[in-house]
Write a protein that binds this ligand. Structure first.
Ligand SMILES: Nc1ncnc2c1ncn2[C@@H]1O[C@H](COP(=O)(O)OP(=O)(O)OP(=O)(O)O)[C@@H](O)[C@H]1O
Ligand SMILES: Nc1nc2c(c(=O)[nH]1)N=C(CO)CN2
Length: 156
């Protein structure tokens, strides 16, 4: 099954957390990397008054079921020192399941497609780089969305 994952970090060595998360995902059994977007920096969305984020979107092929994939991602978050304190607050690493091929889930602990997907430029702009024509829940595609001054390519 094809899956798009969104990675984000705004604490500590943000670039290194993204690299480590990508490496750990590649090492997981049943996961094959298909594409990695570049890294983008942006102002915090939602909960303001925290550090800027680095974000990246990746496409993988996985043999895991959605619940298993969530649990694999949460193990990586835990291994990289993620502490869940503030909703939408600072984090060393966040891994969101954005879209899974032909999957719709609306349970208490897993919602697919990710409910805020199309409200977040930090997801849409990296997605536009690797999957410009992917049809999103609204029927729009990532190339319909424009970059703005609140998000830029990070070359660090
Ligand atoms: N598509 C999804 N991807 C990742 N987690 C999800 C998803 N849908 C629901 N969740 C649930 O969301 C819970 C809280 O996640 P988290 O603490 O990362 O929220 P957040 O990053 O602050 O907010 P957001 O989910 O809006 O990015 C997770 O424990 C997980 O069970
Ligand atoms: N720019 C940006 N803002 C955010 C992000 C993120 O990854 N990038 N994640 C959040 C919690 O999921 C809240 N706000």
């Amino acid at each position: 099954m094809r899956a798009f994952l969104g990675l984000g970090s705004n604490l500590g060595d943000r670039r290194s957390y993204l690299k480590k998360a990508v490496r750990m995902l590649k090492e997981r059994s049943g996961i094959t990397m298909i594409q990695e977007s570049g890294v983008y920096e942006s102002e915090p969305w939602g909960e303001l008054g925290q550090n800027k984020f680095l974000n990246q979107v990746i496409e993988i092929e996985t043999s895991s079921r959605p619940e298993e994939l969530l649990s694999q991602c949460q193990k990586i978050e835990a291994a990289l020192g993620r502490e869940r304190s503030v909703h939408w607050g600072p984090r060393t690493i966040d891994i969101d399941l954005l879209l899974l091929e032909n999957v719709r889930i609306d349970s208490a602990h897993l919602k697919i497609p990710h409910p805020y997907l199309e409200q977040r430029n930090f997801v849409l702009i990296p997605l536009k780089e690797i999957a410009p024509n992917l049809v999103l829940p609204s029927g729009k595609v990532p190339s319909d969305y424009q970059e703005d001054e609140k998000i830029w390519r990070y070359r660090g």
